[in-house]
Design a protein around this ligand. Structure first.
Ligand SMILES: [Zn+2]
Length: 397
């Protein structure tokens, strides 16, 4: 950065103040999606006349646009123009990958989900992501050059630098690579990497069951088990990025060996693979979690029993979390959460038995509203948070 070409802006000067106010307006629209001018004024604490001027300038610069919400001029919604840019969300699971493209107004415009073979490798995964993304962009007529950032979520702990922790056992397909750099290089985009439970928490907090919550826990129950914590309205990642790894809480020291190397972790009792394995002898080896959930709903006693036991085991872990962070809401996600009260009933009962009374009074435990889409939604939220608006798009900025 050269300091000689331009006179340095004094803090508080007219120009720097105007630029700062423009950023505030843009960030507010980016964070909340389309808003009326009155809502922007409330959320930025800027005077309505200031907001009106800034919005007018940013519309003139081609960055924002006003759209009618059907309630006349006063109800006009201010949002980003499509040409201001788009972001990408990518959710890589143990057996699937989902790719989504969203605009800066927090709308997912197109999305595709693909199954992955058991022995998939990261090179193939990223190649599939690249192909899927091209198809999505073509289907919506979105230029590749307008992509600003991608959020990538993976089912393993991710450190604060966006690298996997313990990938050799947690996610062997992605072992030994600098995930963020490699994904950025292959996609030609800045990439933010996050653990899937954390992404699920962000997705449900932005668009799902957790909207408006200050303190919430998102519990992911799938091939792996983990929790994402939203505390004081923001994602809590901990000192090394592995906050909320409750799947590796010891349930039985003498239990089965877990992929993390310890024995008897919660995950070895309640993961998708385990709950279907428990029923393989009676219900056949091809039972899937959706099949289990459907059978339990239709009155199958064995499937109902497994769901109940799963709920109780999860409940004991959730009770510990409630005693630690005292959330107002626990959102349960992953395909097994589709079982609703068959899982959540025993889970709630166990939480109320094990958590201290004050912490469960008023506590809500609900299924994820976005279902299995919560993770890719969170990946989009991450990309939105990190997208840099095109340089020079803001007049005088
Ligand atoms: Zn473990």
């Amino acid at each position: 950065m050269s300091e000689s070409a331009e006179p340095r802006l004094q803090p508080g000067s007219q120009t720097s103040l105007r630029n700062a106010n423009q950023r505030r307006v843009l960030d507010t629209v980016r964070r909340h999606g389309r808003l009326t001018q009155a809502q922007i004024s409330r959320r930025t604490a800027l005077a309505p006349s200031t907001v009106s001027n800034i919005v007018h300038e940013l519309i003139g610069a081609g960055l924002l646009a006003a759209e009618s919400d059907g309630a006349g001029r006063r109800g006009q919604l201010i949002g980003f123009r499509g040409s201001a840019g788009h972001v990408v969300g990518i959710d890589v699971g143990h057996r699937h990958v989902t790719v989504a493209v969203a605009d800066l107004n927090q709308r997912i415009l197109a999305q595709r989900r693909h199954d992955l073979p058991e022995d998939h490798r990261f090179e193939d995964d990223l190649e599939l992501v690249g192909r899927s993304l091209e198809t999505l962009l073509r289907s919506r007529g979105i230029p590749r050059a307008g992509l600003l950032a991608a959020g990538l979520t993976l089912p393993a702990p991710v450190d604060l630098e966006g690298q996997l922790v313990g990938a050799s056992t947690m996610l062997p397909a992605w072992d030994g690579i600098g995930v963020r750099e490699e994904a950025a290089r292959r996609l030609g985009l800045p990439v933010v990497v996050e653990n899937d439970a954390n992404a699920g928490a962000l997705g449900e907090h932005a668009w799902g069951a957790g909207r408006g919550a200050q303190h919430m826990v998102y519990l992911k129950v799938g091939h792996g088990v983990g929790a994402g914590l939203i505390l004081n309205g923001v994602l809590f990642r901990g000192a090394a990025g592995s906050a909320g790894e409750i799947g590796h809480t010891t349930v039985d020291e003498r239990g089965r060996v877990c992929r993390c190397g310890n024995r008897g972790c919660l995950e070895t009792y309640v993961s998708s693979g385990e709950v279907t394995r428990l029923l393989a002898g009676t219900h056949g080896p091809d039972l899937t979690v959706p099949g289990l959930v459907a059978a339990a709903a239709a009155g199958d006693v064995g499937c109902g029993r497994v769901l109940g036991d799963t709920g109780r085991l999860l409940g004991a872990a959730v009770a510990g979390l409630c005693n630690t962070v005292d959330p107002e809401l626990v959102v349960v996600g992953g395909e097994i959460a589709e079982a609703g009260d068959l899982l959540l009933g025993p889970l709630r009962e166990t939480v109320s038995r094990h958590a201290i009374r004050g912490n469960v009074r008023g506590l809500r435990i609900e299924p994820a509203r976005l279902g299995i889409e919560a993770h890719v939604a969170g990946a989009v939220v991450l990309a939105l948070q990190h997208a840099e608006l095109p340089a020079g798009a803001v007049p005088g900025g």
